[in-house]
Write a protein that binds this ligand. Sequence first.
Ligand SMILES: Cc1cc2nc3c(=O)[nH]c(=O)nc-3n(C[C@H](O)[C@H](O)[C@H](O)COP(=O)(O)OP(=O)(O)OC[C@H]3O[C@@H](n4cnc5c(N)ncnc54)[C@H](O)[C@@H]3O)c2cc1C
Length: 352
Amino acid sequence: MNFDLAKEHELVRDTVRSFATDKVAPVADELDREERFPYEIVAELAELGLMGMTIPEKYGGAGTDTLSYAIAIEELTRIDSSVAITVAAHHSLGALPIFYFGNEQQKREWLPDLASGKKLAAFGLTEPGAGSDAGATRTRAESHDGEWVVNGSKIFITNAGTDITACVTITALTGDGEISNIIVPNGTPGYEISKPMHKLGWKASDTRELSFKDCAVPRENLLGPRGNGYRQFLEILDGGRISVAAMGVGLAQGAYDLAYRYAQERQQFGKPIAKFQGIQFRLADMATEIEAGRGLLYKAAWLKDQGRDFALAAAQAKLYTGELSNRVVNWAQIGEGTNEVQRMVIARHLGL
Ligand SMILES: Cc1cc2nc3c(=O)[nH]c(=O)nc-3n(C[C@H](O)[C@H](O)[C@H](O)COP(=O)(O)OP(=O)(O)OC[C@H]3O[C@@H](n4cnc5c(N)ncnc54)[C@H](O)[C@@H]3O)c2cc1C
């Protein structure tokens, strides 16, 4: 076994780390407070080739492996989750379905702009009544005179309504119990996009409700064979889990970095709080759990790159790192003092 990153992975990590630190960190607070979509940053990410990383160069992408992509998302999230989800949702949910399931004509029509980051794409699966039970989709697409006529709605769709969004791929019933994926270009009559949804986090990312009222798109916009939509979205979600796991690792690492630095600076009882064993144990736990999460993430990405079954590893990575990021952020936030001081007080009361 070899646990070292290859030179190209180190290069991705260093490049994205510098970009996130130099270009994203100075504006992250402002973007979050103003709930403003980071157009300028997306344009620079596009320049760096980070908007379509795993898509082959012939379609305008960078042709990297999945591990490079996971590292890039991890590094972006370390500084700003809104920017990271914008890239991850565009790449894994917006562009990849067209790359995986599109025919050559669809790939040539959509991918060059998407993979190069000139345009964004979204994936519309979730509906008000179909969340975890994504197969319960009610949106319908009926075939009429060479067109699909779509009626229904979607909710929580990332990147659907930016000024540079080209399209959304939606799941729709094309027959009883038959789900298909259909590309709906932005601007199609009958396709309406809500104002951005207000959120507690990821505030600078674009999240919308969509509605379709007799929205007609060409029959050729069907992605892959009719009725394959369910199988297709399961495959898309498997891959998407790797990027969301990368966000879990990156968020935890970012919180750890801040807590680590703060523990060196903050003086209490005449010394930096990092000198207290209680704080050291906490930072040691954080570092260990982050390393474990990164191991799960990299393994899932590596399996995908080997062309092997990665579904289990991706779900394990997403589960662990999602909970990990919550734990680490909580530990980093509690201000280091409160809970540790409570433990000291309790220990004193117990006569220890
Ligand atoms: C910021 C944001 C961006 C998003 N972007 C996109 C996007 O781009 N495209 C898209 O299609 N969707 C998107 N989503 C939707 C997201 O994928 C769904 O929120 C998610 O699938 C959960 O669905 P739900 O919110 O309807 O929750 P529900 O399915 O209603 O679940 C509510 C709770 O019930 C639990 N639950 C449900 N079923 C079971 C069960 N069988 N057993 C035990 N517990 C259960 C869940 O775990 C959860 O705790 C986004 C969501 C958010 C918040």
